[in-house]
Design a binder for this molecule. Structure first.
Ligand SMILES: Cc1cc2nc3c(=O)[nH]c(=O)nc-3n(C[C@H](O)[C@H](O)[C@H](O)COP(=O)(O)OP(=O)(O)OC[C@H]3O[C@@H](n4cnc5c(N)ncnc54)[C@H](O)[C@@H]3O)c2cc1C
Length: 432
């Protein structure tokens, strides 16, 4: 089973995974001088809707890895789409603030809007990152079909049903994320990844907001893994990630984090949008079959962070396997499954890291020891920093969870940090 001249590829979903899949496939086809018919189905871009209709609930941080990957396609995010370049994270843990800057100089992080801006936004719609990617996919030859896919059936090949008709595909790419009703017929044996609801809002950015800075919060309320306030020109995105958060997580967050938040926001913030998007927690049990493959969130994504980059690499891996080895299940097993397993395996390290961080925060003694080590770590030369790099990597997706885990649990590194912490404590005790 191979893609040939005039093969039709139907992509369900025009988010990052769907657009990257289209771009990878069309680039591979052009290199091989083969013409293929690529169609992206998604109702979301038919109008420039503000608020949740035109959006995909997301903090909208484009990591350094994602940025480099996007540039490798020969595209550059235009200034109108960039809301802010991020240079610093201020991490609030139980009354302490730790200021972290990019530990690896030269790596840029951006914030963008995935839709056309918050519901309460007036004036011109804000330039959308997803709409920009879709325009790039169309410029390479993809056809945009502004319709919702109602079902995918099997008629000897995948058949995509929308309200206006049926499109039979030689090859189907499922890039529908985890926030809509499943469409795949039971024949495909596809079930979406287990996912959990998170919380988001947009609020007005106060005048004195520190430039190029994300504020991150660990600790309360119950269930919070971490929360961030991400600057986007005149707004701040509020993004809460957690397990089993309460019924009104945004309100509970602002109550629980009143003190650190008041350093930035003089009065209680007014909601300008608000949604409860889902994040996948695990990989989908089945990611491919003959003539179909799932990519992005619909397949597997990095836990909590950097889903845009996961969308890029899963699309790249799956489309390379499809184009070079063929569109059978065995081709994806050989060419795509190892990548998906690697991401799922990496997430297990992520779960461990977030689990340990939250266990530390629950114990006052461990938190005090951790914060002390962090202050010691802050004063070390950039190449020797462990904890700063660990927290930066966990919050930004800049490094794999596996690398962060190995780095932070290397006995020699930890012993070095511990020795330094003890030396400083001893010196301080002698001084007074
Ligand atoms: C609270 C939160 C914060 C996050 N913050 C970040 C962050 O800062 N940085 C980051 O990189 N990632 C972040 N993520 C993860 C990121 O949003 C996702 O990993 C990423 O959007 C996945 O891209 P995707 O294309 O696979 O899916 P989506 O972006 O979900 O795109 C799926 C597309 O499919 C379309 N669709 C669905 N069903 C159908 C259908 N039946 N017919 C046609 N079209 C359909 C939808 O309209 C949508 O456009 C965050 C996620 C959450 C929940």
């Amino acid at each position: 089973m191979q893609l040939r001249e005039n093969s039709r590829v139907c992509i369900i979903g025009g988010g990052p995974a769907g657009c990257f899949a289209a771009m990878h496939l069309l680039d591979l086809a052009r290199e091989a001088s083969v013409r293929i018919d690529v169609r992206i189905f998604d109702p979301r871009f038919a109008r420039e809707d503000r608020g949740i209709i035109g959006c995909k609930g997301c903090a909208g941080i484009v990591s350094a890895n994602a940025l480099q990957a996007i540039e490798s396609l020969g595209i550059h995010i235009p200034p109108s789409v960039i809301q802010e370049t991020i240079e610093e994270y201020r991490v609030h843990i139980l009354g302490q603030v730790i200021r972290l800057t990019q530990p690896r100089p030269g790596r840029t992080i951006l914030s963008v809007y995935r839709g056309s801006g918050p519901r309460a936004h007036h004036g011109e719609p804000i330039a959308s990152f997803d709409a920009f990617l879709l325009a790039e996919a169309r410029a390479r030859g993809a056809v945009y079909v502004p319709e919702r896919v109602r079902a995918v059936e099997w008629n000897g090949a995948p058949a995509v049903r929308t309200d206006s008709g049926v499109h039979t595909a030689d090859f189907l790419v499922l890039a529908a994320g985890v926030n809509s009703n499943p469409v795949m017929d039971p024949f495909f044996e596809y079930t979406p990844p287990a996912a959990e609801i998170m919380a988001q809002d947009e609020i007005r950015k106060p005048e004195g907001w520190p430039p190029h800075t994300v504020a991150a919060f660990f600790g309360d309320p119950k269930g919070l893994v971490f929360g961030v306030l991400v600057p986007k020109k005149e707004y701040l995105n509020v993004s809460l990630l957690g397990h089993g958060m309460g019924p009104d997580p945004i309100r509970e967050f602002f109550q629980a984090q009143k003190e650190p938040v008041s350093q930035y926001l003089p009065s209680p913030p007014e909601s300008c949008c608000g949604c409860g998007p889902r994040v996948p927690l695990h990989a989908a049990p089945r990611l491919f079959g003959d003539r179909w493959v799932a990519v992005g969130d619909a397949a597997v994504a990095r836990l909590y962070k950097d889903g845009i980059y996961s969308a890029f690499i899963t699309s790249q891996g799956a489309m390379a396997a499809a184009f070079r080895n063929g569109i059978s299940a065995s081709s994806f097993e050989a060419g795509y499954a190892p990548l998906a397993r690697r991401i799922a395996g990496d997430n297990q390290y992520g779960e461990l890291l977030f689990g340990v961080t939250n266990a530390i925060i629950k114990s006052a003694r461990l938190t005090a020891a951790f914060l002390y080590s962090l202050h010691v770590d802050e004063q070390r030369p950039p190449e020797k920093k462990i904890l700063a790099r660990l927290i930066w990597g966990m919050l930004t997706g800049d490094e794999s969870y596996r690398d962060l885990f190995r780095m932070s649990f290397q006995p020699s590194e930890l012993a070095g940090l511990g020795r330094e912490a003890l030396r400083r404590q001893w010196r301080m005790a002698r001084r007074g």
